[in-house]
Ligand binder design. Structure first.
Ligand SMILES: O=C(O)CCC(=O)C(=O)O
Ligand SMILES: [Fe+2]
Length: 417
C-alpha cells in the first residue's frame, strides 16, 4: 500500500483495522517500490495491443492478460524488492531514480495512445524508440561532459579570440539599449525606441554582433566542424549544429552575454516571464543548407526567453516565422514572417510558436540561446506544461533547480518531457 488517496480512505483504513493487518511505513512518491505496480505495467503493456469496446470485453481481456503474465516475471519482481529498498536507504528515504525512469515510459505510452498509435507491431516499434530516447536523455549530460573534456584536451581553436566576450563584438545600438535598461529612467516605452518590434507579438529585433565578429565566429565553428572530434546534436529537431557548452564557450562568452547584457534587456521587456531572473541557458548553433537540414518545423522552445542571432553565411530564403503563443489552438493560429539580417538578434518568448522556412541555396548559420528562469519553470515545465518531476543531473540540466536536504541547490531535468 502506498499513499494513494484510495488507500488512505476511511473504508480502507477500517478494513485494515478489522483484518488486523500489519502495515509497513511507505515513503512518499514511491508506489513503484511495490512489485504490484510493475505487474500493472506488464498488464498495461499487454492490454495496449487489445481494443475492447465494452465493459464485459474489457474485463475478459484484462483477466486473460493478467493470466498471461509468466511466473518468472512475477518472481523477478518480488526478488527485486530488496534492491528497491536498498535504493531508498541509499537515497536517505527520498524517492529513487528508477521510479522516475518508469514514469517517463508511462508518460510516453500515454502520449502515443493519445496520438492514435494503436496496433501491436506499430506500438512496440514506437515504444522501442521511446525507450531508446529516454535512455539517451538519462545519459546525455554525462556524454556531453565527456565530449567537452575531449574537445578541451584535443581541439586547438583556430580563432581563440572569439572565446572571450568583448564589447568590440557588440554593436553600438545594442550597447546603448542595454545602458538604457540599466539607467534609473529605464522603461518599456523608452526601450521600444531602441528596438524594432513585431506588432502585437512581443517579439523584438535589434543588431547584436558586428559583421566582423560573425565572420570570425563562423570561421571558428567551421574549423571545429572539420575536426574529427565527436559532436553532440543541438536538440531533438536539428541534426546539424554545435553545442556551445561543449566547445567551451559558456563560461567566457555566453554566460557574461546573458548576465551583463541580455538579462537587463529581458527584465524590461519580459518582467512577467522571468526576464529579470534568467539564471541559466542552453546555447547552440544550428546549420541549414540544401544538403543538410532545410528547415525547422513549427515548435516552441525549452526556454523562457530565446535569442536567435543570424551569423550568416550567405543563403536565400530560410526566413523565420512566428505564430501565437502555444496555448492558442493550432487551427486558430496566424503566422508572421520575420526578416532576419546577419548580426541581428530576434528576441522572443520560448512559448511563442515558431519555425524556419526552407533555405533554397547557400548556408544558414544561427546562434540560438535558450534562456531559462528557474523561478518560473520550477512551478511549470514549459515542455510538458505540468509541475516538473525532477531528476538530478550533471551540468546545467534543463535549468530547473531543486533545494536538497543539505541546502545545496542542484540544476535538474524534468522527466515528464
Ligand atoms: O533556425 C532557426 O533560426 C530557428 C531555430 C530554433 O527555433 C530553435 O532551435 O529553437
Ligand atoms: Fe526554437
Amino acid at each position: 500500500m502506498d499513499n494513494d488517496p484510495k488507500h488512505k480512505a476511511k473504508a480502507t483504513q477500517e478494513l485494515i483495522k478489522a483484518k488486523k493487518w500489519n502495515i509497513l511505513e511507505w515513503p512518499s512518491q514511491s508506489p513503484d517500490l511495490n512489485p504490484i505496480e510493475h505487474a500493472f505495467y506488464f498488464l498495461k503493456t499487454k492490454l495496449q495491443t487489445e481494443r475492447p469496446t465494452n465493459k464485459p470485453q474489457l474485463k475478459t481481456t484484462a483477466v486473460k492478460a493478467w493470466q498471461s503474465i509468466k511466473k518468472e516475471e512475477t518472481q523477478r519482481l518480488v526478488m527485486s524488492m530488496s534492491s528497491r529498498l536498498q535504493a531508498v536507504i541509499n537515497n536517505k528515504g527520498f524517492s529513487t531514480k528508477s521510479k522516475v525512469r518508469v514514469s517517463i515510459v508511462f508518460n510516453g505510452v500515454r502520449a502515443l495512445q493519445s496520438r492514435g498509435c494503436h496496433g501491436a507491431e506499430k506500438f512496440s516499434q514506437v515504444l522501442e524508440k521511446v525507450k531508446k530516447e529516454v535512455q539517451r536523455r538519462m545519459t546525455s549530460a554525462e556524454e556531453s561532459m565527456k565530449r567537452k573534456a575531449e574537445i578541451c584536451l584535443y581541439y586547438k581553436p583556430f580563432r581563440p579570440e572569439v572565446y572571450f566576450l568583448q564589447e568590440c563584438f557588440l554593436t553600438e545600438e545594442f550597447l546603448e539599449a542595454v545602458r538604457f535598461c540599466k539607467s534609473p529612467n529605464a522603461s518599456l516605452e523608452g526601450l521600444l525606441n531602441h528596438l524594432h518590434s513585431v506588432p502585437g507579438k512581443r517579439i523584438y529585433c535589434f543588431p547584436v554582433f558586428v559583421p566582423q565578429f560573425c565572420k570570425d565566429f563562423v570561421e571558428e565553428l567551421e574549423s571545429f566542424e572539420k575536426s574529427h572530434l565527436e559532436k553532440g546534436r543541438p536538440n531533438t529537431m536539428n541534426n546539424y549544429g554545435i553545442l556551445l557548452n561543449e566547445l567551451g564557450l559558456d563560461e567566457s562568452f555566453i554566460t557574461p552575454l546573458r548576465e551583463k547584457y541580455l538579462c537587463p534587456l529581458a527584465s524590461v521587456l519580459y518582467q512577467d516571464w522571468g526576464g529579470g531572473c534568467l539564471d541559466s541557458h542552453k546555447a547552440f548553433v544550428v546549420q541549414y543548407s540544401v544538403d543538410k537540414d532545410l528547415d525547422l518545423s513549427s515548435h516552441y522552445d525549452n526556454s523562457e526567453i530565446t535569442l536567435n542571432i543570424s551569423l550568416g553565411k550567405e543563403f536565400t530564403d530560410g526566413s523565420l516565422y512566428f505564430s501565437d503563443m502555444r496555448e492558442v489552438p493550432s487551427n486558430e493560429r496566424s503566422y508572421t514572417e520575420v526578416e532576419h539580417t546577419i548580426g541581428h538578434g530576434i528576441l522572443h518568448r520560448g512559448q511563442q510558436v515558431h519555425g524556419a522556412l526552407p533555405v533554397t541555396s547557400g548556408e544558414r548559420w544561427n546562434l540560438i540561446i535558450w534562456m531559462r528562469a528557474s523561478s518560473i519553470r520550477n512551478k511549470l515545465c514549459p515542455m510538458c506544461n505540468k509541475e516538473p518531476q525532477l531528476v538530478e543531473t550533471m551540468g546545467l540540466g534543463d535549468g530547473f533547480t531543486m533545494i536538497k536536504e543539505d541546502g545545496r541547490e542542484t540544476v535538474d531535468v524534468c522527466t515528464l518531457v
